[in-house]
Design a protein around this ligand. Structure first.
Ligand code: MN
Ligand code: MN
Length: 291
């Protein structure tokens, strides 16, 4: 028995019987949430929305309905952040070891601390987020959704990381961007256009990529149901265009975090589902292109 059998239960999303695109897991964890809790309900709500949107992408020419996505269900419940990170890291390592692309449905953003460290060492990380999540500590906790990226940089450095969509941080965080040497493409830059080129340049000498999407990178007009909404965010079009700029890179993993369905008017769930569909399509394209 492996960690997948030990820590995961239930299977939800069902597509075609064709080639495997990715393994999918949910992480129903929101214990360090500071403002609007409820992202523990995110994974199943994204699955529900996913089953009601069109998943054929004319732009990417991928028909997910003909491909196979193995949804392994949700990580077993715990309210302890260290326990969640430990179990998730083990599960993701096991799946990556089997050669699968791993898609993760959050849950709060803290999960990326474990999932990214389970990726191959040459994997680049693109983080889409209104916040930098590089606080020294938050609410008395050193490991939380507001500190995870600093904890990650302390472990692996910042060379492989690009942050996109930032606009909401305390003064200390803005000031520590330089000290941490974090490649930073803020929301204001993306608004001016041309950020796709910056992503392509950053990835030009990198083969593999992991994409972490904190849904609050979008403007609350597009994604109101997140834990910490912030104005002046991206449009859905801008985010999708930026994601498509990784086309051709090997997608080893991705996550979609911070969806709090209890605050939704229906908009955020379908946006999250669309992002899931496009990340799966991009994962497939890279796999198909590699043969
Ligand atoms: Mn975040
Ligand atoms: Mn955020």
């Amino acid at each position: 028995m492996g960690y997948v059998d030990l820590y995961l239960s239930g299977r939800r999303i069902s597509l075609g019987e064709g080639e495997e695109v990715a393994k999918l897991i949910g992480v129903p964890f929101d214990s360090t949430s500071s403002y609007r809790p409820g992202s523990r309900f995110g994974p199943d709500a994204i699955r529900e929305a996913f089953s009601h949107i069109e998943v054929y992408s004319p732009e990417l020419s991928v028909d997910l309905e003909r491909l196979r996505v193995d949804d392994l269900g949700n990580l077993k419940f715990t309210s302890n952040v260290e326990e969640m990170l430990d179990a998730l890291g083990k599960v993701v390592s096991e799946l990556v070891g089997e050669g699968s692309t791993v898609g993760i449905l959050g849950g709060e953003h803290t999960l990326t601390l474990a999932s990214f460290q389970a990726m191959p060492e040459d994997t680049a990380l693109l983080v889409f987020d209104a916040h930098f999540d590089i606080r020294e500590e938050y609410g008395g906790a050193r490991v939380s959704h507001a500190t995870f990226l600093r904890r990650l940089i302390e472990k692996i450095g910042s060379d492989r990381i690009m942050h996109l969509g930032g606009r909401a941080a305390c003064r200390e965080e803005w000031e520590s961007l330089e000290e941490l040497s974090l490649a930073n493409v803020p929301s204001s830059t993306i608004m001016l256009g041309g950020a796709e080129r910056l992503v392509k340049e950053f990835l030009s000498d990198k083969r593999r990529v992991y994409v972490s999407i904190d849904l609050d990178v979008l403007d609350p007009a597009y994604a109101p149901a997140v834990g910490n909404p912030e104005p002046l965010g991206l449009t859905t079009h801008q985010l999708i265009r930026l994601l498509h700029s990784i086309r051709g890179k090997e997608v080893v993993g991705f996550d979609i975090c911070e969806y709090t369905p209890i605050y939704d008017n229906g908009a955020t769930g379908v946006v999250a589902a669309k992002l899931l569909a496009d990340m799966l399509s991009l994962s497939y394209l890279a796999r198909a292109g590699g043969r």
